[in-house]
Design a protein around this ligand. Structure first.
Ligand code: ATP
Length: 366
């Protein structure tokens, strides 16, 4: 089921205050896509999701339209939109077993649409099998872990065979390992069943790992919507770049092809004037001696050798904020990194944003 959102704007009135939650948003979601709505707190993700669901209405004068396939659902009640929901807090019925929780939506359908008791049993068992909870069908929610409860919520949302599945921070309350597992498992289920899904998250890694396309939001606007790779590698603007990962800043003055910042120097092919370059931690190379093109002295202030790479914090008088560099374990050993050690940073690549246009360059030899 494709989804088309046209001019979805939203203001909230609280007392004398008027908050703009969404600027008019336009978005086309393809049939079978898994879209991540990613953004900081207050950027409008939940509001957009709730409007799609029919739990909230867009500003009446904004000309908002919501289409599910060819069906205009703008004025349809939530129960007629054929939507499945999963929220951060499981909201399972505490007094019902897992089986009954999943079956609930089917048992309360109007008689003429309601499947027979036998069909309901078969459908619920099939769903519990898919979420690997068949063994726990007779348990109550309180007897399940958080991750298991969330899988029940998902099975329950899918029981009515929705066209569209909406998930609001579905894994937000779970620990990192369970989140990882549920992500993989949601992706798998999504592909197997072929529905169209939107999920809200403020976790960059989750959005990049799970989505077919990510919509990065800030201040009620979609700043960029594209594949995870494209938003990460070709951010539309500075906000997207900074929101998607750690960033190091190098601010200084360019004169005759050399950027100077305190005692730091870097050869660049840029016009004279004030300049700011931005680098990801993996774009910072650490060496014992400076090169003719780059002389950026730094001191190691912290080392975290946990994980696939070593995270190294760097400070210097010429830096406002400390830098973060990620280095391979082999380089960490080779450099014999220690706290307090003095080294030189070499930017492998950097990016600059002038207005909303980004440019990416390799540093050039002087
Ligand atoms: N019912 C409401 N009444 C008044 N203002 C609201 C209401 N719901 C949301 N807002 C405001 O609208 C803006 C967008 O909120 P929204 O919940 O959509 O953001 P979000 O990106 O989902 O944030 P979070 O990640 O914190 O849930 C915020 O400024 C919020 O304070």
């Amino acid at each position: 089921m494709s989804i088309r959102l046209h001019n979805i704007g939203k203001h909230f009135e609280t007392g004398r205050q008027r908050t703009r939650a969404l600027e008019p948003v336009n978005l086309d979601i393809h049939d079978g896509e898994l879209i991540g709505l990613l953004g900081p707190s207050g950027s409008g993700k939940t509001t957009l999701l709730r409007i799609i669901a029919g739990l909230e209405t867009a500003d009446p004068d904004s000309g908002a339209r919501i289409l599910f396939g060819d069906r205009d659902v703008t004025d349809l009640h939530v129960r007629d939109r054929r939507i499945g929901f999963v929220f951060q807090h499981y909201a399972l019925f505490r007094h019902m077993t897992v089986f009954d929780n999943v079956a609930f939506g089917l048992t309360v359908m109007p008689r003429k649409h309601r499947p027979s008791a036998g069909e309901i049993r078969v459908r619920v068992h099939r769903l519990l099998e898919m979420v690997q909870l068949e063994q726990l069908a007779n348990r109550y929610p309180a007897q399940l872990s958080g991750g298991q409860q969330q899988r029940v919520s998902l099975a329950r949302a899918l029981a009515l065979r929705p066209d569209v599945l909406l998930l609001d921070e579905p894994f937000g309350a779970l620990d990192a390992k369970v989140r990882q597992e549920l992500r993989r498992w949601l992706r798998h289920l999504h592909d197997e069943l072929g529905f169209t899904s939107l999920f809200v998250t403020h976790d960059q890694e989750e959005a990049l790992e799970l989505s077919d396309r990510v919509a990065v939001m800030s201040n009620g606007r979609i700043e960029q919507i594209d594949t995870p790779e494209a938003v990460y590698r070709e951010p539309a603007n500075r906000f997207v770049f900074e929101f998607l990962g750690d960033v190091n800043h190098l601010e200084g003055e360019v004169r005759d092809g050399v950027l100077t910042c305190g005692e730091a120097r870097l050869s660049v092919e840029l016009p004279d004037g004030p300049e700011e370059l931005l680098l990801r931690p993996h774009e910072v190379h650490l060496v014992d001696t400076p090169t003719p093109e780059a002389r950026l002295p730094v001191t190691v202030t912290a080392i975290s050798p946990v994980g696939a790479e070593v995270r190294v914090e760097l400070a210097a008088d010429w830096l406002g904020e400390p830098w973060l560099a990620t280095v391979r374990h082999a380089d960490y050993e080779h450099l014999d990194l220690q706290r307090g050690q003095r080294l030189y940073a070499i930017p492998r690549r950097w990016r600059r944003f002038s207005g909303h246009v980004s440019q990416q360059r390799q540093p050039t030899p002087a």
